[in-house]
Design a binder for this molecule. Structure first.
Ligand code: ADP
Ligand code: ASP
Ligand code: MG
Length: 407
């Protein structure tokens, strides 16, 4: 007996039948004596459909109105799920983010949760009701609807679990746990029984879309026991753990391969080799609210420098325009943009105590004739930027090279 927060993603509530199956599953947990708070996403495809509608109205849709629009997807599923629960004799109550009072800042389309009022949910749970909350959305101080960024229902789930001090937060999705890499890209990917918060955070930040990065940050900060499971079949899923001491198991050097298809590369060539130039190049990019990822500088033979960095693909045109301006001021030779790159990363806390991970990685890519354009490392990851067309091949060969393949 305990309090469980369960989050069901888009595919898990993608049809009327799937929503009915979720209702049955929730009732199973109620019968086992648990209190249940459910967080649901919009039906699969719905958020993309709504974003598409917005694009017919304005090239860059107004952020406040966009949040009013896209938050409707989740409002549909909370109501339908409550109806399905009631039909089955289980009392239930739906809440939008504003009705719970999931208070956020006012950064429309990427708002951050500031606080959650648990009073209404507690009252319902005490009456034996299942509480069903719309994921992905909140409300700011002024009463405006906000949303938490793509994949944000994960964060709603974990944040509610933290606020309610739930015994577990269960993220139900269309795969049966966290794998060594995306099982849709490498069919030899293996499900992990456990993964540390640190590794999960790194995987999420490097592009693994299985969990929104903010949900992992939240879970780590508030020590929420977090599990990723399939809503389609029973199984233990993957537990995200704080414990790094896997002494009973062999600690792998690399736990997973992550990749990000949303990268684009920009180079400014022939800038003066003098102090302050990197800042002159990158500061205006930051001022334009564009996030920069991998940065590399190399010196050309004529002792000028080339500075190359990556940005989100959606920001390429904007970043390139800013950089053209900088190039004029610095008398640089040229600016080159490339939207056909991806980033592939190997991740593992075991890398701390093992040398040679980089050479294994580079050898594996060389064996497939994959050219590495940029490299960046941290204590527990190595990332490379490569040509987009090699993504699948790179992921599969690294997966084998680090001994991650399923038998
Ligand atoms: P939901 O709609 O339930 O939130 P998502 O599509 O956001 O589901 O996340 C689940 C998907 O994440 C899987 O279908 C899978 O393709 C992808 N994925 C990426 N990396 C991994 C990984 N390491 N392990 C498992 N799934 C992954
Ligand atoms: N419906 C939102 C999205 O598609 C939030 C989510 O599913 O987590 O991004
Ligand atoms: Mg998701």
């Amino acid at each position: 007996m305990g309090l469980i927060v369960q989050k069901y993603g888009g595919t898990s509530v993608g049809t009327v039948e799937r929503i009915q199956a979720v209702a049955d599953k929730v009732i199973g947990f109620r019968k086992a004596g648990h209190d249940i708070v459910v967080v649901v996403s919009a039906m699969s495809g719905e958020t993309n459909r709504l974003l598409g509608l917005a694009n017919h109205m304005q090239e860059v849709p107004d952020a406040r109105e966009l949040d009013v629009l896209v938050s409707t997807g989740e409002q549909v599923t909370i109501a339908l799920l409550c109806m399905a629960l009631k039909k089955r004799g289980q009392d239930a109550r739906s809440y939008t983010g504003a009705q719970v009072r999931i208070l956020t800042d006012n950064a429309h389309t990427k708002a951050r949760i500031k606080s959650i009022d648990d009073a209404n949910m507690r009252a319902d749970l005490n009456l034996g009701r299942v509480v069903v909350v719309a994921g992905f959305q909140g409300v700011d101080e002024a009463g405006n609807i906000t949303t938490l960024g793509r994949g944000g229902s994960d964060t709603t789930g974990v944040a509610l679990a933290a606020a309610l001090k739930a015994d577990e937060c269960q993220i139900y999705t269309d795969v049966d746990g966290v794998y060594t890499t995306d099982p849709r890209v490498a069919d030899k990917a293996r499900r992990l029984d456990r993964i540390t918060f640190e590794e999960m955070l790194e995987m999420a930040s490097l592009g693994s879309k299985i969990l929104q990065i903010r949900s992992v940050e939240f879970a780590g900060k508030y020590q929420v026991p977090l599990r990723v499971l399939s809503s389609f079949e029973d199984g233990p899923g993957t537990l995200i753990t704080i414990d790094e001491d896997l002494s009973d198991m062999e600690q792998p050097v690399v736990s997973g391969i992550a990749f990000n298809r949303d990268e684009a590369k920009l180079s400014i060539r022939g800038v003066p080799d003098s102090p302050g130039v990197a800042s002159k190049v990158l500061a205006p990019i930051g001022e334009a609210n564009i996030e920069v990822d991998v940065i590399v500088q190399n010196m050309a033979a004529d002792s000028t420098n080339d500075i190359t960095f990556t940005v989100h693909r959606n920001d390429l045109a904007k970043a390139q325009a800013v950089l053209e301006q900088v190039a004029k001021e610095l008398n640089a030779r040229e600016v080159v943009g490339d939207a056909t790159v991806v980033k592939v990363s190997v991740v593992g806390v075991g890398m701390r105590s093992h040398a040679g991970v980089a050479s294994t990685m580079f050898n594996a890519l060389a064996a497939e004739n994959i050219n590495i354009q940029l490299i960046t490392t941290s204590e527990i990851k190595i990332s490379v930027v490569i040509e987009e067309k090699y993504l699948e091949l790179a992921v599969r060969s690294l997966h084998s090279a680090f001994g991650l393949d399923a038998e």
